[in-house]
Design a protein around this ligand. Structure first.
Ligand code: G16
Length: 543
């Protein structure tokens, strides 16, 4: 089999966002589109000659076809080996683990994360490096630069590889190993958590509902929760991955996981609920009538992680993205450990994790994880919660009440305005920048602006600087608002408005978050003129 060299020309708009390239599936399916981008990845990372790559995805529509193309191109580009999840399935954290465990040179993960899947929905492709983490900004720039001057790609003419059959085959001179997607990951989880304690918890009648949202975590959750930990059959719902996620939106938040919320807020509902997203890196946790925000979840997990064997020695440090609430900072301060605030995007945690300066990381966008892999990890967060519940014997609500009583409560919410006109969104941001000098000292209802700026990050490990990472307005009350344009949407612009207010009065810790944040919400709108500029009366999504 001789590799074909196919002449091509650059396709505009192949600029990766927060997490690889995400586009409508039909765009990815256009002639040369996927091929151009895969070749740009290979060229951008210095070629794949003699390299080993991990390949897998979340099972969404086009996942299987795209993997066949990637394998033929990897073979044609001289890769030594591809390790592929059976059926083309690998959750993002499982892929990260496999890259690390097998000492691979990197991996290609096919997913548009929490975005819906199907021929008229979204598809995505991201490259993870040899540390198992998302491509750094430098590598991403090289990949993008290559998309702008690509003139050919290499592909083998060959039959499809049988992705269903575990074992080793060859594609041209390249070795292809099809592996069970769950086994290695489940073993890693078993090494970190007290499975005996969790088993006893389930045996005592503790009831859980895990909503896999028809996405990739179904097989992982069923094996770990039901088979290994003895949770009742039926604990995992929507557990079979489907190419269009059952027609749903695999985004674990109270809006898209409403069915789970309804079960958890019903009288006599389960003790603990959780959900994960399309590719298994995000999580939502909810107790009986007690939703836990991602920012609070990070703080609680960081505070109590030492109750799990994998973290019994304590944490080196905690990292959060800047838009995430400062609840975790208060835990870090109490423990006397380092705390980092990074730009949005898991890639910014990589250096801190590799350098051993952060052990646990998290983001407001439903991502939590640790140094066990280099991605956020939905099931990991769920298992750490279970470990903590099992060891303390407390309910989720009791743990939250304890936490707020000790540290105060960072009331927090994110308001999203989706598919906004991109020009209007950019003007809104530009006009905010123009107010940095004039805002301090101005009053908005009961709030007085203390500072306004655009977040820039100096990586403490490699010294690189990342600018333009979201606009911050801080109030003298300790509250703040952040404005940021999403890097993962596929239609127009998505404006994210992050709202936070610290409350330490013991009598005011049990308010509804939207009510507690009302002054910050009103100020956020007045400062940026959101309603007038977007023409929207209210956010599309409130989390
Ligand atoms: C991706 C990144 C996350 C990041 C999120 C932000 O999540 O992996 O680290 O927090 O994007 O999204 P946006 O730019 O839309 O605010 P995922 O789960 O989509 O891969």
């Amino acid at each position: 089999m001789t590799p074909n060299i196919v002449q091509t020309t650059p396709i505009p708009g192949q600029k990766p966002g927060t997490s690889g390239l995400r586009k409508k599936t039909r765009i990815f399916m256009q002639p040369h589109y996927l091929e151009n981008y895969v070749q740009a990845i290979f060229d951008g990372i210095g070629g794949v000659q003699g390299k080993t790559l991990v390949v897998g995805g979340d099972g969404r529509y086009f996942n299987d076809r795209a993997i066949q193309v990637i394998l033929r191109m990897a073979a044609a580009n001289g890769a030594a080996e591809c390790i592929v999840g059976q059926g083309g399935i690998l959750s993002t954290p499982a892929a990260s683990h496999l890259i690390r465990k097998r000492g691979a040179d990197g991996g290609l993960i096919l997913s548009a994360s929490h975005n819906p899947g199907g021929p008229d929905e979204d598809f995505g492709l991201k490259y993870n490096g040899p540390n198992g983490g998302p491509a750094t900004e430098g590598v991403t720039e090289k990949i993008f630069a290559r998309t702008t001057d690509i003139d050919s790609y290499r592909i083998l003419e060959a039959h499809d590889v049988d992705l269903g059959a575990i074992g080793v085959t060859n594609l041209g001179d390249m070795r292809v190993e099809i592996v069970d997607p769950v086994t290695d990951y489940a073993a890693l989880m078993e090494s970190l958590f007290d499975f005996d304690a969790i088993r006893r918890l389930f045996a005592s009648g503790f009831r859980m509902r895990f909503d896999a949202m028809h996405a990739v975590t179904g097989p992982y959750a069923t094996e770990i929760l039901e088979t290994r930990l003895g949770a009742a059959p039926g604990t995992v719902v929507n557990g079979i991955p489907s190419p269009d996620f059952g027609g749903g939106h695999p985004d674990p938040n109270p809006i898209w996981a409403k069915d789970l919320m309804d079960h958890m807020y019903a009288d006599g509902g389960p003790d603990f609920g959780a959900a994960s997203d399309g590719d298994g890196d995000r999580n939502m946790v909810v107790g009986a009538k007690c939703y836990v925000s991602p920012s609070d979840s990070l703080a609680v997990l960081a505070d109590l992680a030492h109750l799990a064997p994998g973290y019994a020695r304590g944490l080196a440090g905690i990292a959060r993205s800047m838009p995430t609430s400062a609840a975790a900072d208060r835990v870090a301060a109490a423990k006397g450990i380092e705390c980092f605030a990074t730009p949005t995007g898991w890639k910014f945690f990589g250096n801190l994790l590799d350098a051993g300066r952060a052990t646990i990381c998290g983001e407001e966008s439903a991502g939590t994880g640790s140094d066990h892999v280099r991605e956020k990890d939905g099931l990991w967060a769920v298992l750490l919660w279970l470990n903590i519940l099992a060891v303390t014997g407390k309910s989720v609500q009791a743990l939250m009440d304890d936490h707020w009583a000790r540290y105060g409560r960072n009331y927090y919410s994110r308001h999203d305005y989706e598919a906004v006109d991109a020009a209007a969104a950019n003007t809104l941001m530009a006009d905010l920048r123009a107010q940095f000098d004039s805002l301090p000292g101005q009053s908005f209802g009961p709030l007085v602006v203390e500072m306004a700026d655009e977040f820039a990050y100096d990586d403490p490990v490699d010294g690189s600087r990342s600018t333009g990472q979201g606009i911050r307005v801080g109030f003298t009350s300790g509250g703040r608002v952040m404005y940021r344009l999403s890097g993962t949407g596929t239609e127009g612009a998505t404006l994210r408005v992050y709202l936070e207010q610290l409350e330490t009065d013991p009598a005011a810790l049990a308010q509804d978050a939207q009510a507690a944040l009302a002054p910050v919400i009103a100020a956020a709108d007045r400062i940026a003129g959101i309603r007038a500029r977007t023409g929207r009366d209210a956010p599309d999504v409130i989390t």
